[in-house]
Design a protein around this ligand. Structure first.
Ligand code: IPE
Ligand code: IPE
Ligand code: MG
Length: 247
């Protein structure tokens, strides 16, 4: 039985989030520098997007650069920013051909100007697409996102547009950068690290985690399908007991 045949097409996650980790270690294994690892990781992004389209996944969120990643050597940070601009320029036509909308989360104002321009251009060019939404987390950190939300809420309360009594989970979510996106059902992290590294803390309250040893540049369609098959073995109880779920 092929991996594809093992997948239950009626239980595909709507939203998959991925912490693409291990580019540096993969490159080292190949005797190459870290930037070679990052540029090789773009191929895994392409194959993952293709697999999402084939399966009908509606949102794919990729953790591409965390606020903590600024502390890496300057050469690596500059290389990552250049790779971002170059990849966007190379991929926008294909995104459009495949009905993929690009959006971003994170503090874009701190990115170099050429990145901001390229992202703005790509977002505009792909905004009508509806097959799949590709969410790039860039200069993102979940704690930053939550603090941003709290600041916006404080401003609304000070302006008397809102009262603290109005605050519910739904209202709070409205102030997050992911407000129009459903919570991910599945979070994948590559490279054998079993941690969340400041990614989507609010949104993953009930997300299923799939950790794999594979380094991101080596992550193929087969690994992605295995992650979905693993997800489909889980019983998502949301606090209930098994008998309630099985009806
Ligand atoms: C993930 O790979 C990419 C980014 C964080 C930008 P790493 O660069 O973290 O690779 P490792 O974890 O050092 O192997
Ligand atoms: C998480 O990977 C961030 C991205 C994949 C962009 P890191 O490599 O930065 O995470 P830590 O440092 O191992 O927690
Ligand atoms: Mg890493």
């Amino acid at each position: 039985m092929t991996l594809e045949a093992k997948i239950d097409k009626t239980n595909i996650p709507k939203h998959i989030a991925i912490i693409m980790d291990g580019n540096g270690r993969w490159a080292k294994q190949q005797g190459q520098d870290r930037l070679f690892g990052h540029s090789s990781g773009v191929e895994s992004v392409r194959s993952t997007i293709k697999a999402c389209r084939e399966l009908g996944v509606q949102f794919l969120t990729l953790y591409a650069f965390s606020t903590e990643n600024w502390n890496r050597p300057k050469e690596e940070v500059d290389g990552l920013m250049d790779l971002l601009v170059q990849s966007i320029a190379n991929e926008v036509d294909e995104l459009n051909e495949n009905g993929i909308r690009l959006i971003t989360i994170g503090d874009e104002s701190q990115l170099p100007n050429h990145c901001q321009e390229s992202l703005g251009w790509a977002r505009e060019k792909t905004k009508e697409n509806r097959e799949l939404t590709l969410v790039l987390a860039l200069n993102y950190s979940a704690r930053w996102e939550i603090i941003q939300a709290v600041k916006k809420i404080a401003i609304e309360i000070e302006a008397k547009n809102m009262s603290s009594e109005d605050m519910t989970e739904k209202t709070f979510e409205h102030f997050l950068s992911t407000h129009d996106i459903p919570d991910p059902e599945l979070l994948i992290r590559t490279s054998g690290e079993n941690r969340v590294s400041n990614f989507l803390l609010w949104q993953i309250a009930y997300t299923e985690f799939h950790f794999t040893e594979v380094y991101w540049p080596a992550f193929s369609k087969e690994h992605f399908l295995k992650a979905i098959i693993d997800y489909q073995t889980r019983e998502r109880r949301f606090g209930l007991v098994s008998e309630q779920i099985q009806g």
